[in-house]
Design a protein around this ligand. Structure first.
Ligand SMILES: O=C(O)C(=O)C[C@]1(C(=O)O)C=C[C@@H](O)C=C1
Length: 296
Protein backbone atom coordinates (compact mmCIF):
# COMPACT_ATOMS: atom_id res chain seq x y z
CA UNK A 1 0.00 0.00 0.00
CA UNK A 2 1.23 3.47 -0.89
CA UNK A 3 0.16 6.27 1.47
CA UNK A 4 -0.19 9.73 -0.08
CA UNK A 5 -1.01 13.21 1.13
CA UNK A 6 -4.68 13.41 0.27
CA UNK A 7 -7.64 13.29 0.27
CA UNK A 8 -8.33 12.16 -3.31
CA UNK A 9 -7.69 14.83 -5.92
CA UNK A 10 -4.47 16.42 -4.58
CA UNK A 11 -1.44 17.11 -6.74
CA UNK A 12 0.30 14.58 -4.51
CA UNK A 13 -2.13 11.88 -5.66
CA UNK A 14 -1.10 12.58 -9.26
CA UNK A 15 2.56 12.34 -8.29
CA UNK A 16 1.88 9.10 -6.39
CA UNK A 17 0.18 7.61 -9.47
CA UNK A 18 3.20 8.45 -11.58
CA UNK A 19 5.56 6.79 -9.06
CA UNK A 20 3.50 3.81 -7.86
CA UNK A 21 4.15 0.28 -9.01
CA UNK A 22 1.42 -2.24 -8.34
CA UNK A 23 0.63 -0.79 -4.91
CA UNK A 24 -2.84 0.41 -3.93
CA UNK A 25 -3.00 4.13 -3.18
CA UNK A 26 -4.47 5.21 0.14
CA UNK A 27 -5.00 8.91 1.04
CA UNK A 28 -4.00 10.40 4.42
CA UNK A 29 -5.15 13.88 5.44
CA UNK A 30 -1.72 15.16 6.51
CA UNK A 31 1.91 14.64 5.51
CA UNK A 32 2.93 13.39 9.00
CA UNK A 33 0.08 10.85 8.93
CA UNK A 34 1.21 9.43 5.56
CA UNK A 35 4.80 9.21 6.82
CA UNK A 36 3.76 7.66 10.15
CA UNK A 37 1.84 4.92 8.30
CA UNK A 38 5.02 4.11 6.39
CA UNK A 39 7.20 4.09 9.50
CA UNK A 40 4.83 1.75 11.30
CA UNK A 41 4.69 -0.68 8.36
CA UNK A 42 0.97 -0.03 7.72
CA UNK A 43 2.07 1.37 4.33
CA UNK A 44 5.00 0.27 2.14
CA UNK A 45 5.77 3.78 0.94
CA UNK A 46 4.58 7.38 1.19
CA UNK A 47 4.33 10.09 -1.44
CA UNK A 48 4.56 13.67 -0.12
CA UNK A 49 5.36 17.14 -1.53
CA UNK A 50 8.81 18.49 -0.66
CA UNK A 51 9.32 21.79 -2.51
CA UNK A 52 7.58 24.18 -4.84
CA UNK A 53 9.34 26.51 -7.29
CA UNK A 54 7.32 29.52 -6.07
CA UNK A 55 6.72 28.97 -2.35
CA UNK A 56 9.76 26.87 -1.48
CA UNK A 57 10.01 23.98 0.98
CA UNK A 58 7.04 22.20 2.52
CA UNK A 59 7.84 22.55 6.25
CA UNK A 60 5.65 19.60 7.35
CA UNK A 61 7.68 17.28 5.13
CA UNK A 62 11.06 18.72 6.10
CA UNK A 63 10.41 18.47 9.85
CA UNK A 64 8.94 14.97 9.69
CA UNK A 65 11.93 13.68 7.71
CA UNK A 66 14.44 14.93 10.28
CA UNK A 67 12.57 14.28 13.49
CA UNK A 68 10.90 10.89 13.56
CA UNK A 69 12.09 7.39 12.61
CA UNK A 70 14.21 7.38 9.43
CA UNK A 71 12.65 7.20 5.98
CA UNK A 72 14.60 7.24 2.74
CA UNK A 73 13.58 8.70 -0.64
CA UNK A 74 13.73 6.16 -3.47
CA UNK A 75 12.19 8.27 -6.26
CA UNK A 76 10.98 11.78 -7.01
CA UNK A 77 8.44 13.34 -9.36
CA UNK A 78 8.10 16.93 -10.55
CA UNK A 79 4.66 18.16 -11.61
CA UNK A 80 3.63 21.41 -13.26
CA UNK A 81 1.27 23.28 -10.94
CA UNK A 82 -1.71 25.27 -12.21
CA UNK A 83 -4.92 25.50 -10.26
CA UNK A 84 -8.64 25.43 -10.91
CA UNK A 85 -11.02 27.43 -8.75
CA UNK A 86 -14.00 25.25 -7.85
CA UNK A 87 -17.41 26.35 -6.54
CA UNK A 88 -20.74 24.68 -5.78
CA UNK A 89 -22.97 24.50 -8.86
CA UNK A 90 -25.20 27.56 -9.05
CA UNK A 91 -23.36 29.27 -6.18
CA UNK A 92 -23.22 33.05 -5.79
CA UNK A 93 -20.10 35.27 -5.71
CA UNK A 94 -17.66 33.47 -3.31
CA UNK A 95 -17.26 35.14 0.08
CA UNK A 96 -14.65 32.63 1.26
CA UNK A 97 -11.90 30.88 -0.70
CA UNK A 98 -9.94 27.97 0.76
CA UNK A 99 -6.79 26.00 -0.06
CA UNK A 100 -3.47 24.66 1.16
CA UNK A 101 -1.17 27.56 2.22
CA UNK A 102 1.31 26.67 -0.55
CA UNK A 103 -1.45 26.88 -3.13
CA UNK A 104 -2.79 30.18 -1.75
CA UNK A 105 0.69 31.66 -1.94
CA UNK A 106 0.84 30.75 -5.64
CA UNK A 107 -2.43 32.53 -6.54
CA UNK A 108 -2.26 35.64 -4.32
CA UNK A 109 -2.30 38.10 -7.23
CA UNK A 110 -5.10 36.21 -9.01
CA UNK A 111 -7.25 36.28 -5.87
CA UNK A 112 -6.61 40.01 -5.32
CA UNK A 113 -7.72 40.67 -8.88
CA UNK A 114 -10.66 38.27 -9.26
CA UNK A 115 -12.03 37.69 -5.75
CA UNK A 116 -10.80 40.80 -3.89
CA UNK A 117 -13.41 40.73 -1.14
CA UNK A 118 -13.31 36.98 -0.41
CA UNK A 119 -11.81 35.85 2.91
CA UNK A 120 -8.91 33.48 2.36
CA UNK A 121 -8.85 30.34 4.54
CA UNK A 122 -6.10 27.71 4.90
CA UNK A 123 -7.03 24.02 4.66
CA UNK A 124 -4.88 20.90 5.06
CA UNK A 125 -4.64 20.37 1.27
CA UNK A 126 -6.08 21.63 -2.03
CA UNK A 127 -8.44 18.64 -2.18
CA UNK A 128 -9.53 19.12 1.44
CA UNK A 129 -10.59 22.63 0.32
CA UNK A 130 -12.73 21.14 -2.49
CA UNK A 131 -14.25 18.67 0.00
CA UNK A 132 -15.11 21.57 2.35
CA UNK A 133 -16.69 23.59 -0.46
CA UNK A 134 -18.87 20.59 -1.29
CA UNK A 135 -19.84 20.36 2.38
CA UNK A 136 -20.84 24.06 2.31
CA UNK A 137 -18.09 25.21 4.71
CA UNK A 138 -16.44 27.57 2.20
CA UNK A 139 -17.54 28.99 -1.14
CA UNK A 140 -14.52 28.39 -3.41
CA UNK A 141 -11.51 26.06 -3.45
CA UNK A 142 -8.16 26.57 -5.16
CA UNK A 143 -7.54 22.99 -6.23
CA UNK A 144 -5.68 20.73 -8.60
CA UNK A 145 -7.60 20.52 -11.91
CA UNK A 146 -8.19 16.76 -11.29
CA UNK A 147 -10.15 17.52 -8.09
CA UNK A 148 -13.30 18.21 -10.12
CA UNK A 149 -13.36 14.49 -11.05
CA UNK A 150 -13.71 13.58 -7.37
CA UNK A 151 -15.97 16.35 -6.08
CA UNK A 152 -19.10 17.39 -8.03
CA UNK A 153 -18.22 21.08 -8.20
CA UNK A 154 -18.24 23.68 -10.95
CA UNK A 155 -15.10 25.20 -12.43
CA UNK A 156 -15.08 28.98 -11.93
CA UNK A 157 -11.61 29.41 -13.46
CA UNK A 158 -8.82 27.23 -14.83
CA UNK A 159 -5.10 27.75 -15.43
CA UNK A 160 -4.87 29.92 -12.35
CA UNK A 161 -1.27 30.67 -11.38
CA UNK A 162 0.57 33.92 -10.61
CA UNK A 163 3.80 32.40 -11.91
CA UNK A 164 3.77 30.49 -15.20
CA UNK A 165 5.58 27.13 -15.21
CA UNK A 166 5.43 26.68 -11.43
CA UNK A 167 6.45 23.18 -10.37
CA UNK A 168 6.28 21.06 -7.23
CA UNK A 169 8.68 18.22 -6.40
CA UNK A 170 7.38 15.12 -4.60
CA UNK A 171 9.28 12.28 -2.92
CA UNK A 172 8.46 8.61 -2.67
CA UNK A 173 9.77 7.46 0.72
CA UNK A 174 10.29 3.99 2.19
CA UNK A 175 11.74 2.55 5.37
CA UNK A 176 15.54 2.14 4.99
CA UNK A 177 16.33 -0.81 2.69
CA UNK A 178 18.10 -1.53 -0.60
CA UNK A 179 18.89 1.68 -2.48
CA UNK A 180 17.85 2.37 -6.07
CA UNK A 181 20.72 1.58 -8.47
CA UNK A 182 22.74 4.60 -9.64
CA UNK A 183 21.63 5.95 -13.04
CA UNK A 184 24.26 8.66 -13.62
CA UNK A 185 21.55 11.32 -13.06
CA UNK A 186 20.91 10.97 -9.35
CA UNK A 187 20.27 13.19 -6.37
CA UNK A 188 21.36 12.52 -2.78
CA UNK A 189 19.59 14.19 0.14
CA UNK A 190 20.96 14.55 3.67
CA UNK A 191 20.14 16.57 6.75
CA UNK A 192 22.99 17.93 8.84
CA UNK A 193 23.04 19.98 12.05
CA UNK A 194 25.74 22.63 11.98
CA UNK A 195 27.35 23.38 15.32
CA UNK A 196 27.26 27.00 16.48
CA UNK A 197 30.76 28.27 15.69
CA UNK A 198 32.55 30.39 13.13
CA UNK A 199 32.78 28.74 9.72
CA UNK A 200 30.78 25.60 10.61
CA UNK A 201 28.49 25.78 7.58
CA UNK A 202 31.25 26.76 5.17
CA UNK A 203 33.28 23.73 6.38
CA UNK A 204 30.35 21.43 5.58
CA UNK A 205 29.95 22.94 2.12
CA UNK A 206 33.71 22.81 1.51
CA UNK A 207 33.54 19.00 1.92
CA UNK A 208 31.31 18.96 -1.17
CA UNK A 209 33.27 21.50 -3.19
CA UNK A 210 36.57 19.68 -2.50
CA UNK A 211 35.11 16.57 -4.09
CA UNK A 212 33.61 18.53 -7.00
CA UNK A 213 30.09 17.69 -5.86
CA UNK A 214 27.36 20.03 -7.10
CA UNK A 215 25.04 21.31 -4.37
CA UNK A 216 21.53 21.66 -5.83
CA UNK A 217 19.67 22.90 -2.78
CA UNK A 218 20.26 23.94 0.81
CA UNK A 219 17.41 24.70 3.15
CA UNK A 220 17.44 25.44 6.87
CA UNK A 221 14.88 24.69 9.57
CA UNK A 222 15.21 25.34 13.30
CA UNK A 223 15.97 22.23 15.38
CA UNK A 224 13.23 23.48 17.76
CA UNK A 225 15.74 23.04 20.58
CA UNK A 226 17.93 26.07 21.23
CA UNK A 227 17.14 29.40 19.55
CA UNK A 228 19.57 29.84 16.66
CA UNK A 229 20.30 26.12 16.20
CA UNK A 230 19.48 24.98 12.67
CA UNK A 231 19.34 21.85 10.58
CA UNK A 232 20.53 22.11 7.01
CA UNK A 233 18.84 20.03 4.33
CA UNK A 234 21.31 19.46 1.55
CA UNK A 235 20.57 18.05 -1.91
CA UNK A 236 23.53 17.22 -4.10
CA UNK A 237 24.18 15.70 -7.50
CA UNK A 238 25.33 12.07 -7.36
CA UNK A 239 24.59 8.73 -5.66
CA UNK A 240 26.03 7.40 -2.40
CA UNK A 241 27.25 4.36 -4.38
CA UNK A 242 29.80 6.73 -5.99
CA UNK A 243 33.06 6.88 -3.98
CA UNK A 244 33.30 10.70 -3.89
CA UNK A 245 29.70 11.03 -2.62
CA UNK A 246 30.24 8.28 -0.02
CA UNK A 247 33.45 10.06 1.04
CA UNK A 248 31.66 13.42 1.31
CA UNK A 249 28.86 11.89 3.40
CA UNK A 250 31.44 10.35 5.74
CA UNK A 251 33.04 13.80 6.10
CA UNK A 252 29.66 15.43 6.87
CA UNK A 253 29.02 12.76 9.48
CA UNK A 254 32.39 13.50 11.11
CA UNK A 255 31.38 17.16 11.38
CA UNK A 256 27.86 16.36 12.55
CA UNK A 257 27.27 12.96 14.20
CA UNK A 258 23.51 13.29 13.77
CA UNK A 259 23.76 13.61 9.97
CA UNK A 260 20.84 11.71 8.50
CA UNK A 261 20.75 10.12 5.04
CA UNK A 262 17.50 10.92 3.23
CA UNK A 263 18.15 8.93 0.06
CA UNK A 264 19.95 8.61 -3.30
CA UNK A 265 17.44 8.42 -6.15
CA UNK A 266 17.11 9.21 -9.85
CA UNK A 267 16.37 12.85 -10.65
CA UNK A 268 13.00 13.50 -12.25
CA UNK A 269 14.53 16.09 -14.57
CA UNK A 270 17.97 15.57 -16.05
CA UNK A 271 20.51 18.35 -15.64
CA UNK A 272 22.94 19.69 -13.10
CA UNK A 273 26.60 18.99 -12.95
CA UNK A 274 27.31 15.32 -12.32
CA UNK A 275 31.06 15.05 -12.02
CA UNK A 276 32.71 11.95 -13.43
CA UNK A 277 33.95 9.40 -10.91
CA UNK A 278 36.92 8.21 -12.95
CA UNK A 279 39.50 10.43 -11.23
CA UNK A 280 38.25 9.39 -7.77
CA UNK A 281 38.27 5.68 -8.60
CA UNK A 282 41.75 5.88 -10.17
CA UNK A 283 43.12 7.80 -7.17
CA UNK A 284 41.61 5.27 -4.71
CA UNK A 285 43.19 2.43 -6.68
CA UNK A 286 46.57 4.17 -6.57
CA UNK A 287 46.31 4.57 -2.76
CA UNK A 288 45.34 0.87 -2.45
CA UNK A 289 48.37 -0.11 -4.52
CA UNK A 290 50.66 2.01 -2.31
CA UNK A 291 49.21 0.47 0.88
CA UNK A 292 49.64 -3.02 -0.47
CA UNK A 293 53.24 -2.39 -1.60
CA UNK A 294 52.31 -2.78 -5.28
CA UNK A 295 52.87 0.84 -6.29
CA UNK A 296 54.48 4.10 -5.33
O1 LIG B 1 -2.64 20.05 -1.58
C1 LIG B 1 -2.20 19.46 -2.58
O2 LIG B 1 -2.85 19.23 -3.60
C2 LIG B 1 -0.82 19.02 -2.54
O3 LIG B 1 -0.51 18.03 -3.15
C3 LIG B 1 0.18 19.83 -1.74
C4 LIG B 1 0.83 20.97 -2.48
C5 LIG B 1 2.07 21.50 -1.68
O4 LIG B 1 2.26 21.18 -0.54
O5 LIG B 1 2.85 22.29 -2.29
C6 LIG B 1 1.34 20.45 -3.75
C7 LIG B 1 1.38 21.18 -4.87
C8 LIG B 1 0.93 22.58 -4.91
O6 LIG B 1 2.10 23.37 -4.90
C9 LIG B 1 0.07 22.93 -3.75
C10 LIG B 1 -0.06 22.11 -2.66
Amino acid sequence: MLAYFGPQGTFTEQAARSLAGAEDLVPFDTVPAALAATRSGAADAACVPVENSVEGAVPATMDALAEDGPLVAVAEAVLPVRFSVLVRPGGTEPKTVASHPHALAQVRRWLAEHLPSADVVATTSTAAAARSVLAGEFDAAVSAPVAVRHYPLEVLATDVADVRDAKTRFLLLRRPGPLPAPTGQDRTSVVVTAVDRVGALSELLAELALRRINLTRIESRPTKGRLGEYRFYVDLDGHVAEPRVADALAALRRHSPDTRFLGSYPKAEAGGAQTGNEGFVAAAEWVASVREGRGA
